[in-house]
Write a protein that binds this ligand. Structure first.
Ligand code: PMT
Length: 402
């Protein structure tokens, strides 16, 4: 199992002798399935070349905040949004001090300030520098702000001293990075998640569908599995690999999706991210429809309502905690709140699909969650993986309170 499969890691490399281990770390992270982008400080470049890390990560290394060409390719804000985790290894005493103060005077410290992703540091320095009260105060301050520290370890140091301050080995750091995604918040719970579009046949060669790629629903399934849940993912036709530890059921039409969901019940939490066709052709033609001169240039299809999967499951006696999605192009919050009421939901995730960068088939999303008291919680633009983890954490909290 690749514990970091498809995770996007920004690896910050500071200016310490342990930077030589960063090359191995890039390899270990990629072995665990992560995609790695490297950001180096000026000091980091004195110890290891960007070319080495470029070759190992498979991407150009990010070096300067004020380089217009690099910023045009992938700017610091984009890099900060792209990350699922920012891991700084080695984190020197100087870097820790700058981060503790919120200084943003180079690319790496700026990315840390700009990211919503978790940040982890692997400290590496001389034992006396680590023991110094200033470093210890910075360590405490960083911890209090939710920044994780991996290590340091103890042992013989490059300078000849023995003590605390050694950077952990690459494999230990890769495992610690993977642990960041395993929250255990939903251990013992069964989550049923719908994803993707449905297809409603017109005849043997044509169907009605929509632009859903399944990315949002699959990211939710992955995040729920990482949170320790048993996950059943019922998906319409999409081209995505099944996340680890997720039971996937492929369906085609809305009626298939309802049948698969009913068969997967009972569950503790239902998250309906699928874009289900509201209507289907009343009759599916047994043969390919031919152009009919008697109807001129038109073709009339009689449509009938599909069952509402979410409302059906929310109306059962063994009703789970129900979370719907509302994809809207106007009056987002008003329409979403109406769906929450009409479908008897606990939460609804309002998704503005008029904005192509955060809707159907996009890499990113930005959503608002509305509860029964009409409170709105906003999740700003980030990768669908990041949004999914934040949503799963939020849903787990609300489920526990229910
Ligand atoms: O798949 P991606 O490309 O990543 O895009 C993600 C997404 C935009 C599809 C997703 O974030 C999203 O918003 N999904 C809901 C899309 C939608 O069709 O919403 P709706 O407003 O039509 O439906 C409201 C809710 O009822 C949804 O939870 C839907 O799954 C559910 N529903 C709708 C109709 C129906 N017959 N049965 C249902 O269960």
């Amino acid at each position: 199992m690749q514990r970091l499969y498809r995770k996007r890691i920004v690896l910050g490399v500071g200016g310490g002798i342990a930077a030589y281990k960063s090359a191995e770390l890039v390899r270990r992270l990629r072995d665990h399935g992560a995609e790695v982008r490297v950001v180096m400080t000026q000091g980091g470049r004195e110890f290891i070349t960007p070319l080495t890390l470029q070759a190992l990560s498979g991407h150009p290394v990010h070096l300067d905040l004020l380089d217009p060409a690099a910023e045009a390719a992938m700017g610091h804000i984009e890099l900060a949004r792209w990350a699922d985790l920012v891991l700084i290894a080695p984190a020197t005493a100087d870097l820790m001090a700058r981060l503790a103060q919120g200084v943003a005077n180079d690319l790496l410290t700026t990315v840390v300030l700009a990211t919503n992703a978790p940040v982890a540091l692997a400290p590496a320095m001389n034992q006396a520098m680590w023991a110094d009260p200033a470093t210890q105060a910075n360590r405490e301050q960083l911890r209090a702000r939710g920044i994780r520290l991996f290590g340091p370890g103890s042992g013989s140091q490059a300078c000849g001293d023995i003590g605390m301050g050694r950077m952990l080995e690459a494999e230990e750091l890769a495992r610690a990075a993977a642990d960041c995604f395993e929250t255990g918040m939903l251990t013992g719970k069964h989550l049923l998640i719908t994803a993707g579009p449905t297809q409603e046949n017109i005849d043997p060669v044509r169907y009605i569908t929509n632009h859903s790629s399944g990315k949002m629903g699959f990211a939710l399934a992955e995040a729920a599995a990482e949170a320790g849940a048993r996950v059943t993912l019922v998906t319409g036709p999409v081209f995505l690999p099944t996340p680890d530890r997720v039971q996937r059921i492929d369906v085609v039409s809305a009626r298939d999706m309802l049948a698969a969901c009913e068969a997967a019940m009972p569950c503790d939490i239902l998250i309906a991210a699928a874009a289900v066709a509201d209507y289907r052709p009343e009759v599916v033609a047994p043969h390919k429809l031919k152009k009919d001169p008697s109807t001129g240039d038109g073709l009339l299809l009689q449509m009938v309502r599909n069952p509402d999967i979410l409302a059906t499951l929310a109306g059962r006696a063994d009703r789970p905690f129900c979370v719907g999605f509302a994809a809207e192009t106007e009056n987002l919050l008003e329409y979403a709140a109406r769906k929450l009421r009409d479908k008897n939901l606990d939460l609804i995730v309002a998704n503005d699909v008029a904005n192509p960068s955060i809707g159907f088939n996009s890499e990113d999303n930005a959503v608002s969650v509305i509860d029964r008291q009409q409170h709105e919680t906003r999740f700003g633009q980030a990768s669908k993986g990041h949004i999914a983890r934040a949503l799963v954490a939020f849903i787990a909290e609300r489920y526990k309170e229910s």
